[in-house]
Design a protein around this ligand. Sequence first.
Ligand code: SF4
Ligand code: SF4
Length: 344
Amino acid sequence: MTDRYITEEAFGPFVNAMIASTRVIGPVAKRSTFAYEQLESESDLRLDFDVTVLPPKKVFFPPAQQLVRFDGDTVEGCIEPVDTVLLGVHFYDVKGIDMTDFLFRANYADYNYLAQREATTIVASNIQAISPRAFWDSVGIEVQPKGHDAFLTKIDGGYLLETKTAKGDALITLGDFREATAGEVQAAREVNAAVMGRCPERLAYSTDAVATRVRESFGEEEMWDELAERCFSCGSCNTVCPTCYCFDVSDSWNLDQKSGVRTRYWDACLTREFAAVTGAGGSKENFREHHSSRFRHRFMRKTTYLNEKLGGPACVGCGRCSRACTADIADPVRVITTIMERTS
Ligand code: SF4
Ligand code: SF4
């Protein structure tokens, strides 16, 4: 694992060499937003992005993914992992991927997720622009969480590439790198340290205090009704979240009525039908019928329910939900601050 330097002039040819040898997915501009997409050329790459609309988890856990094909008693898997370099992932999203890695490995290993995850090399990159709703510097995440194979930092005149794994090391052969000097390593450290404390939003409470108080607030029905009053159950706050991992599975049958395909789709706990079930004798039940109980459930999941498993909150402070919510009620900083102030 090494620290390498590449000049700005040599960086474009390095990205093009990666594109020539494998699938490369990175942030590209989409009008006024950014999205992770397959790169055709280095000129598509926008490492100065602030945040992407959807998180990079979509590379391993696509919004719709065929799981198995069946034909009578024959069932075959559809897993076809593609060697991929995922280039330009901010550290809060690396942390999100680390969480989904854990969740898809725990209990029952999810081979569909893990196969593509294993086939992917993650190159993190330093944050050059900060999203207007971000608060990642107040949720206890370090600039270098685990999960990435290399970390790219833009410094004066070029880039420092810190490799963390053999997959990261393998990229070096594709570019005109030289060993980095101590000064360049220090410059990269300073660039990464400088973003901390610059998020426009801030959680003023420790994650432990938040976990305790949010859990204690479960029975504050009036407060939750008020917080969720304008929620129209669209599920956008779930869809854009790097740590949401719920899915639904459905079978599509061919006309022969014996063959078909099983597909999974992202699901969203804020939607009305998420907790609707059919019981014995066809009885119907929705155990989170009201939008405020669904809204509360999401905040319980993000701040307290998963903390023990994940070693901290299931929120990385990306601010995507705040931006995606048309009613502007999903912002975790505002919701948590209200809970902390009202229940003190
Ligand atoms: S809850 Fe919101 S801010 Fe937290 S990780 Fe999910 S989308 Fe990002
Ligand atoms: S909180 Fe906002 S984004 Fe989430 S379901 Fe309700 S209206 Fe939609």
